[in-house]
Design a protein around this ligand. Sequence first.
Ligand SMILES: CC(C)(COP(=O)(O)OP(=O)(O)OC[C@H]1O[C@@H](n2cnc3c(N)ncnc32)[C@H](O)[C@@H]1OP(=O)(O)O)[C@@H](O)C(=O)NCCC(=O)NCCS
Length: 252
Amino acid sequence: MRPPSGCPEWLTVYTAAERPDLWESVRSSGLFYDVWPEYNMHGTHTSAYFGVLFPRFPDFQTLFVDERISRVVARGRTIPFSWDGTLGDLPDGIDSVGLRAVQSDSKPNALSALAAEVDRPMQGLGLSSVVVATMGQLAASNGLQALVAPVRPSIKDRYPLIPIERYAEWRREDGTPFDPWMRVHARLGAGILRAEPRSMEIVAPVEEWERWTGMALPEDGQYVFPGGLAPLVVAGGRGEYFEPNVWMLHKG
Ligand SMILES: CC(C)(COP(=O)(O)OP(=O)(O)OC[C@H]1O[C@@H](n2cnc3c(N)ncnc32)[C@H](O)[C@@H]1OP(=O)(O)O)[C@@H](O)C(=O)NCCC(=O)NCCS
């Protein structure tokens, strides 16, 4: 596909529809697995929507190839859904938008970001804004009126006890969002719609949580854990965690 403005000339963008072979080889190699904390790969509902993006929505999945080294260095995943544009009709977070997208029969008129991933050696070079700009271009070129993103604030794990509603409002002295990943969206013109304290549900037996976090969880209670954006609640042999997100709207 045509790259968005600001894309370096050494970066080529392909949709999964254009390069199904490449999409499949990235998936089977687990290229981006290590950019996520382990617990994050075990959402209760995520396979129902992440699991069907390809082959169901191939035009909305993108890969970014660094032509200097002939390697995929970033990936963007999105899902089209129907939304009347009001806060009342905005899904309660990433699980909710993903499930609506795969279950609803209504014609999609909006696009939701689901995940942007940059390969570790290429992080910190500004590629993420190209990934998000490409999502905006996909929305426009497919006739969808809006791009929204359930943003996973990238340094919220340093402040797991702060409610997401407060964290979303934090600003730097220059007025831009405190969180770097929210800042990327804001610089591309996005504004905050709503904080979502229960965007993605991860519920599992406590033994699984001990394995994912590398921590003993010996009794019922609330735990702060490495990489967690909010506390984990352990009760009756189960660990329950809700990942908070912040909905941001990119004006079309
Ligand atoms: C979040 C992610 C996509 C950012 O990609 P990136 O190309 O490395 O980010 P950029 O180089 O464009 O930097 C974006 C901002 O984050 C900041 N940043 C980058 N790495 C950071 C880090 N480890 N800690 C704090 N800030 C960081 C940059 O300084 C920049 O902010 P600024 O320019 O306003 O100061 C990438 O880190 C990633 O793949 N993370 C894992 C998956 C994920 O969390 N995706 C987002 C949720 S879907």
